[in-house]
Design a protein around this ligand. Structure first.
Ligand code: ARG
Length: 590
């Protein structure tokens, strides 16, 4: 099912071809002057530049051939040679009836689906989350949903940071605090029945122990050495340490998964950095065999710089001078692990822009070693979410960004806003709570996703939680308004029917609905969920104008009412779909 823009593009291309000009000049875009036209083609200017003649004359010749085309109600040449097009009412009407019958709201699928990994979120055991993790989770979830919806086979992986010095710190801190745990984990052959005592260690304990241990290791060399040794022993497989470490990972992961889920973020995989540990030794051997590994003052590195680099690209540090595997080593091994598991054709790393150099280095090393096809690894970077002070955002409770605090904060604000707007008062308490959570999540996510991901922005809870303006709550409110309209109609026995596009406000809405597929394709190609967010906002606004100008339940006759109800339903479906692609759920009522 092609959209009107593509249909018109084909018509104009055919017109260009018939006057002996390349068909690609027939491309059509939304009009810059919606007051004058629906679409425009600028190809005649390109033809003029290429010396094919006078642009206005070329445009006129093409325009003459478009008169009478079933999609075209009007065609005019304007300015230096723009071809301005107005779509026929019949074409709009037919297109809307097709959209209404389509469960995908007009969205096409990719022609050649790929296996795609989206690496996002990247939370760590014990180490604090920061806004980088939050944005990675929000943007990554949207990218994952968009790719999946367009037809790729997608797996989202949290790439759980469960391996490293922080684990050694926690092992030491736990053992120091609890002599029974210490006895268990130091035993050469720990009794599996004794494992139950590990349940004493809660997430709150980890949150308390880790910062203290990390601080102590900074000033106390003996302590730091103990933690280093513990890390090494854990990685060498010491049974008691492995038991405790598994407990840390499980406790953290369960809590994180629960909080992420409340935010509408669900990972398909929680592969940990630890999962690739067994791959590292053979990988180092393989890199050496391939003569990629170089000794550098006791460390072993892979040089990835190229002669034509505009800026220096650091080498990949594979084994440090102390003999440990590094962050990049794990990432390289993860590429091998994923190849084994899923053989992805594309891997998207939705990670803070500040890690751009890291990924450039890892990707180059992977290509050099033949671990991934050139171009199949992509870093999807993003800027920072800042607080009102211009520094990376923190929750009220201070330094550490706890997902739970954040969820509570936006939900509390949503409750306040709902009460102030006199919304949800008659909902049962449980439904009100669920709605407040949805409004809160929409506040947070839409504020993030409306910006191009590369842009940093200030998180202004007051502005973002308003039911007015370019906000998540505004969009949910509009969607809920349509839902209630449809419910009311159903109660009165009215239902949707054939769509007929007639009024200007109906035309505008139809053109916006028609544009959905283009938006999704562009968002997909540019990995830019903000385009979907923009579309949702535009749709809601245009619907608002339609609703104000075109009575639905009080339509002048039954056919018009049925048509408008169907338009409303179509708009709701597309809006809800767009929001869902952003990871935002819409309540039934407010
Ligand atoms: N855990 C990492 C951090 O906290 C982020 C992981 C991102 N993904 C990756 N494949 N390196 O910075």
């Amino acid at each position: 099912m092609t959209d009107l823009r593509s249909g018109l593009g084909e018509a104009v291309s055919a017109a260009f071809a018939s006057i002996g000009l390349p068909a690609e000049w027939g491309r059509v875009a939304a009009s810059d002057r919606p007051d004058l036209a629906d679409f425009q083609c600028n190809g005649a200017m390109a033809a003029g530049k290429a010396g094919k003649g006078n642009p206005r004359q070329i445009a006129q010749q093409a325009a003459d051939r478009l008169i009478g085309h079933p999609l075209v109600a009007g065609v005019e040449v304007a300015g230096p040679g723009f071809i301005n097009l107005r779509v026929s009412q019949a074409a709009l009407t037919e297109r809307m009836n097709r959209l209404a019958a389509d469960a995908r709201s007009g969205a096409s699928r990719v022609k050649a689906p790929r296996r795609v990994i989206v690496d996002y979120g990247g939370p760590n055991v014990a180490k604090e989350m920061h806004v980088g993790h939050l944005r990675a989770s929000i943007i990554g979830e949207a990218v994952k949903r968009l790719f999946r919806f367009r037809g790729d086979e997608v797996k989202g992986d949290a790439h759980f940071g469960d391996w490293g010095f922080q684990m050694g710190l926690l092992i030491v801190a736990c053992g120091d605090e609890d002599s029974e745990i210490s006895a268990l984990i130091e035993s050469a052959d720990p009794d599996p029945a004794g494992e139950a005592i590990l349940d004493r260690v809660s997430l709150a304990d980890l949150d308390r122990l880790y910062p203290a241990a990390a601080a102590k290791a900074k000033t106390d060399d003996t302590y730091r050495d103990r933690a280093r040794r513990a890390t090494a022993e854990l990685q060498a497989g010491k049974p008691g340490y492995q038991l405790l470490w598994r407990h840390f990972a499980r406790v953290t992961r369960e809590a994180l998964a629960r909080d992420f889920h409340a935010l509408g973020i669900d990972f398909d995989l929680w592969r940990g950095e630890s999962d690739v540990d067994p791959l590292i030794e053979p990988m180092v051997g393989d890199l050496a065999d391939k003569h990629l590994l170089i000794d550098d003052a006791g460390a072993r590195i892979v040089r990835v710089a190229k002669n034509d680099d505009r800026r220096g690209v650091p080498p990949l540090l594979v084994v440090s001078s102390e003999g440990s595997a590094m962050y990049g080593t794990t990432d390289l091994a993860t590429i091998l692990d994923r190849k084994e598991l899923f053989d992805p054709e594309l891997a998207l790393y939705v990670v803070d822009q500040r890690q751009a150099d890291h990924f450039e280095t890892v990707f180059r090393a992977a290509y050099l070693a033949g671990y991934a096809a050139p171009g199949s690894l992509e870093h999807i970077g993003f800027g920072t979410m800042n607080g009102p002070d211009g520094k990376p955002f923190k929750t009220r409770t201070g330094g550490v960004l706890k997902l739970r605090d954040l969820i509570d904060m936006v939900t509390e604000k949503a409750r306040e806003r709902l009460h102030a707007a006199d919304l949800g008062a008659e909902l049962p308490a449980e439904e009100f709570e669920a709605t407040a959570l949805k409004v809160g999540v929409a506040t947070l996510k839409f504020a993030d996703l409306i910006n191009f991901r590369g842009t940093s922005y200030v998180f202004d809870l007051d502005r973002f939680s308003s039911f007015e303006g370019k906000t998540g709550p505004y969009l949910l409110y509009q969607a809920v308004r349509v839902k209630s309209l449809l419910r009311k109609a159903a109660e009165g026995g009215a239902s949707g029917g054939q769509i007929r596009i007639a009024e200007p406000a109906e035309r505008d809405l139809a053109l916006a609905l028609d544009d959905f597929d283009r938006v999704l394709i562009e968002a997909y190609e540019r990995r830019a969920p903000n385009l979907v967010a923009d579309h949702a906002y535009r749709l809601a606004q245009i619907f608002s104008r339609f609703y104000a100008g075109c009575p639905v339940l009080a339509a002048p006759n039954e056919a018009t009412r049925a048509s408008r109800l169907a338009i409303a339903k179509l708009t709701l479906d597309q809006l809800e779909l767009a929001l869902d692609l952003l990871g935002i759920a819409t309540p039934e009522r407010m």
